[in-house]
Design a protein around this ligand. Structure first.
Ligand code: ADP
Ligand code: MG
Length: 333
């Protein structure tokens, strides 16, 4: 089982950023309103995710670390409307097989209660021990790949690994405005984002994560048709120093990289006039969960729409309209 876990870990756990993603998704699933991510040495030495979610009960703590034992999918039908981000029930097991993992959680409102369990390369302590913790969960992952030297060697410099973590953090924080976020690296607070779904706080978050220039040259849009809603910001071509990688597309709150989506956006830009410009955007597509399958790939950056044509045309025409209206000189020419 140890080997199987480590092989599986290769798929889920590629680098510190993938650990952060899995831990934060669990925190989101637990209904947290505040999530703190703390790193040392780009995450290679330490990754800690603290949340104020449901916590994990004493009896469930060891289970949370065992593979497949806790999969949230009870039946095939559940896959249809899966609302939670995690469904394979193996992230914690995989991570703990290649690190020194500590899980501390409390389901009570009393901050004096709480329980702790540790695992080191799959060697789990037989018992959980008392450990006070505010309601919620903290997962600490130390010395990632300490027992898989070949994998450890694949880690890049601290700066590079940190960059990947920050990018993962950006996507997660952009996916949930109703959650407050903190990112700390080597004892320094890099991001502190207060929760709030109002326009002002959303824009403050965008500016904090993507730079102040992003909004100055971006167009806000919010369009709805045929049960589809598209809202967010698209960068205009005057945005000359736009970073080519500022492309964020969310479908029902999950970040998605999709060819159909990319194509529709590129087409709209090209059509309106922005030749050779790299589109930059933070866009949210909201659709009925029944018409989209988000579980095409385990890491779930892909989606499959029941009616791809409909989605493509909606994206294209919405963006086309918004961009054409914003273009200097208006709609005609
Ligand atoms: P999955 O998320 O696919 O179920 P994981 O290995 O990521 O599998 O997590 C195992 C289980 O541990 C979860 O199903 C959940 O019950 C529990 N768990 C993990 N992290 C948290 C957390 N931050 N808060 C509450 N429960 C958690
Ligand atoms: Mg999970």
């Amino acid at each position: 089982p140890r080997l199987a876990n480590q092989i599986a870990a290769g798929e889920v756990v590629e680098r510190p950023a993938s650990v952060v993603k899995e831990l934060v998704e669990n925190a989101i699933d637990a209904g947290s309103t505040r999530i703190e991510v703390e790193l040392e040495s780009g995450g290679a030495r330490l990754i800690r995710v603290r949340d104020d979610g449901s916590g994990i009960a004493e009896d469930d703590l060891p289970l949370a670390l065992s593979r497949h034992a806790t999969s949230k999918i009870a039946s095939l039908e559940d896959l249809e409307g899966v609302a939670s981000l995690g469904f394979r029930g193996e992230a914690l097991a995989s991570i703990s097989s290649v690190s020194r993992l500590e899980l501390v959680a409390n389901v009570e409102d009393d901050p004096r209660s709480g329980w702790r369990v540790v695992a080191e390369g799959r060697q789990m302590e037989p018992r959980v021990s008392p450990a006070p913790h505010p309601r919620g969960t903290s997962v600490t992952v130390r010395d990632l790949f300490f027992n898989t030297p070949a994998r450890r060697k694949f880690l890049r410099t601290e700066k590079t690994e940190y960059g990947h973590v920050e990018e993962a953090f950006r996507r997660l924080a952009l996916s949930r405005y109703d959650i407050g976020w903190v990112l700390r690296h080597n004892q320094k607070t890099v991001h502190q984002l207060s929760a709030g779904d109002d326009a002002a706080r959303r824009e403050r978050r965008i500016a904090a994560l993507l730079g102040k220039g992003f909004l100055d040259n971006a167009l806000h849009l919010d369009l709805e048709a045929g049960g589809l809603r598209l809202w967010g910001w698209v960068g205009l071509p005057t945005h000359s120093r736009a970073q080519a990688d500022q492309q964020y597309f969310f479908v029902n709150g999950r970040v998605v990289r999709d060819r159909l989506v990319a194509h529709a956006i590129r087409q709209a830009y090209r059509d309106v006039l922005f030749h050779g410009r790299h589109p930059v955007f933070v866009l949210y597509l909201e659709v009925d969960p029944a018409v989209v399958d988000v579980n095409v790939h385990p890491t779930k950056h892909e989606v499959r729409f029941r009616d791809g044509r409909l989605v493509h045309d909606f994206l294209f025409s919405s963006l086309h309209r918004a961009l054409a209206e914003a273009r200097p000189g208006g709609q005609d020419d």
